[in-house]
Design a protein around this ligand. Structure first.
Ligand code: ZN
Length: 500
């Protein structure tokens, strides 16, 4: 029996290490790889995906799990979690034909290359066949993986286990009811913060040095991670001791890159804060994408965009860009970086308009899966929703439907996680403030250690011992509740815009 568990651990560690290799070559594809290697890399990824699939579906692993099933009472919580997670993955994987797994991996790699070009050339028609093919494969996948769920719910389950489109729709309607009128009210308001000093020339080297300093202050360990440049910022890596974050630089806007780094650092702290002892086992892995996103937004929004954070870093930022910021004060800087400005690009969106970018994508995905939206109509549907929610229409598809990388890798069902994460982040932040009443002072003095320690202890090192639903209940004392985010945004933005 003990032998069976030792065997299971060996299987799972090997699978995790192969997945680590996959993550590293996927990172390489986005950061380092020469463009000419795209076809070869797609084949390498497909081959490795086949090997991983073979390991994950090997009948010997199934027999090992069957044996363990009769002795579950003998194991502690950590071992039980590993067994249950392995069982779930095994059952899920054995329902998917190897051929389909390889087709998805190959299309993901090729699709990414097609997307990069289509986005650059503003040619949605080049990307549309990839989307059609992905939808077909993802529906096939859903029917195999979760025959009891709708095809979109099955895809959501990959990122937000246990959450359905119907539940998300209720939460999103609640957000729309408050945010759309508030954004409109702000647009009509005569008082608008001065943001002119955020425009100018900000050399890449200065931006990179500032980003590195802040990410390091927050707690990113550069001896166990890297920061590089890619088209779309992301956090990847192969292990808690090898976490890769990326950003992109725009010499006329330093805020975009800086806050992307703070965001990705939040993800990275989650990864670096996992249980090292079980670093290659399921129990140590992060929970859902929504919980992951709660960690990035916790740092980017709740902390990075707070008045206290601005107070602490204002002098440092002025020192990096002395010419541009001489007209600014801490207060005007705080207001400027929080300004509500409906724009086309999700990753550049402010805290208030961001959820509407997500809701738009969620509604489109839902339509693509239930057949009420056709791929060919996507640019039009996209632009109409942008007009309804934010009062603006993208002039090009590069600034519209082609902006995100997610669909180019078939990640349907991912987008809702961003806003579920914002809700979790708000609830976690409130809970932390109760336990650490000096949080504001700590941020103002640049002492982020108590905050990082609190997150390490309560979230990062917990791994998968609790479900996300249990985690939020344990930390916040109640389930996921969008009202906290709504109240927080209303209070912050009514004050910022001097609304009655
Ligand atoms: Zn993120």
């Amino acid at each position: 029996m003990n032998n069976n568990y030792q065997n299971l651990v060996r299987w799972l560690e090997e699978i995790s290490r192969l997945n680590g290799v996959m993550s590293t070559i996927a990172w390489d594809q986005e950061v380092m790889m020469p463009a000419g290697a795209a076809d070869a890399r797609a084949k390498q990824i497909a081959a490795l995906a086949g090997v991983i699939h073979e390991r994950m579906t090997n009948p010997a692993l199934g027999e090992c799990l069957d044996e363990l099933h009769n002795h579950l009472g003998d194991f502690d919580a950590i071992a039980l979690c590993n067994i249950q997670e392995a069982r779930r993955d095994f059952d899920l994987m054995t329902r998917i034909p190897n051929q389909l797994v390889q087709a998805l991996a190959e299309l993901g790699s090729r699709g990414h290359t097609v997307w990069v070009r289509a986005r650059r050339e503003n040619k949605f028609s080049d990307f549309a066949p990839v989307l059609d093919e992905f939808l077909k494969l993802k529906k096939e996948w859903a029917a195999c993986a979760f025959p009891d769920l709708t095809t979109y719910d099955a895809n959501i389950d990959q990122f937000e286990r246990g959450t359905t489109a119907a539940e998300i729709a209720v939460i999103f309607e609640q957000l729309k009811d408050t945010l759309i009128p508030l954004i409109h009210e702000i647009k009509e308001q005569s008082y608008q913060p001065d943001t002119t000093f955020l425009h100018g020339h900000f050399p890449v080297e200065k931006q990179a040095a500032l980003a590195r300093k802040i990410s390091e202050n927050i707690g990113f360990q550069y001896d166990k991670g890297r920061m590089d440049v890619s088209v779309h910022p992301f956090c990847g890596g192969s292990h808690p001791t090898d976490v890769r974050i990326t950003t992109r630089y725009n010499e006329s806007d330093f805020v975009e890159s800086l806050y992307a780094v703070i965001h990705e650092t939040g993800h990275a702290l989650y990864e670096q804060g996992r249980m090292l002892e079980f670093g290659d086992l399921p129990v140590s892995e992060s929970l859902t994408m929504g919980i992951h996103e709660s960690q990035s937004l916790f740092w980017e929004r709740m902390i990075g965009q707070s008045r206290e954070f601005c107070t602490h870093y204002f002098a440092t930022i002025c020192e990096a860009f002395p010419g541009n910021l001489k007209r600014a004060t801490v207060d005007s800087f705080y207001q400027a970086i929080n300004a509500c400005a409906p724009g086309f690009i999700r990753v550049e969106a402010d805290e208030l308009t961001y959820p509407l970018h997500v809701i738009l994508r969620f509604e489109i995905e839902k339509g693509l899966f239930d057949g009420s939206v056709a791929v060919a109509d996507l640019p039009e549907v996209w632009n109409e929703k942008m007009d309804t929610y934010l009062g603006i229409k993208p002039p090009t598809d590069t600034l519209g439907v082609l902006q995100d990388s997610h669909w180019s890798s078939g990640a349907f069902g991912y987008f809702p996680s961003y806003t579920l994460g914002a809700i979790y982040a708000c609830q976690f932040y409130k809970a932390m403030q109760k336990e650490l009443p000096d949080t504001d002072k700590a941020i103002e003095s640049g002492n982020f250690k108590p905050i990082k320690d609190w997150l390490n202890e309560n979230i990062h090192s917990q791994g998968r011992r609790n479900s996300p639903q249990e985690l939020v209940l344990r930390i916040a004392g109640e389930p996921l509740n969008p009202q906290h985010l709504i109240d927080y945004l209303k209070t912050k933005y009514r004050a910022l815009y001097r609304l009655a």
